[in-house]
Design a protein around this ligand. Structure first.
Ligand SMILES: [Zn+2]
Length: 113
């Protein structure tokens, strides 16, 4: 499962950061996920709960912040809002869009002890 490896990657980052920032417990994790990241949020929540068992992030709360998608419309020559890949430009209907944000996932904030 794709979300399982993402969750494992997050735990890896949390453990690496624990050494750098000197914490031993993660209480809460805020994740920013774009609408085009291709991540199933329910599935990620489930996997996160599973892979954190027995780690410093066991029982940590997971807050998911969904970010907005943006693309550059070559026809309008401006940035427009899109909800998914291969959407048409909301202004001119063109499909000549280049996604500029919305396909990323990052850890925004941590609450640690
Ligand atoms: Zn356009």
């Amino acid at each position: 499962m794709h979300e399982m490896s993402i969750a494992e990657g997050i735990v890896q980052v949390l453990e690496d950061q624990a050494r750098v920032q000197n914490y031993s417990r993660v209480e809460k994790v805020w994740l920013e996920i774009g609408p085009m990241a291709g991540i199933e949020l329910d599935s990620l929540r489930f996997c996160f709960g599973a892979v954190t068992r027995g780690t410093l992030a066991e029982n940590a709360a997971l807050e998911i912040i969904e970010t907005k998608g943006e693309a550059w419309c070559m026809h309008c020559a401006k940035t427009v809002a899109v909800r998914q890949r291969f959407d048409a430009c909301p202004d001119c209907g063109s499909y000549q869009l280049q996604v500029t944000s919305g396909d990323e996932m990052r850890i925004k904030e941590l609450e640690v002890n």
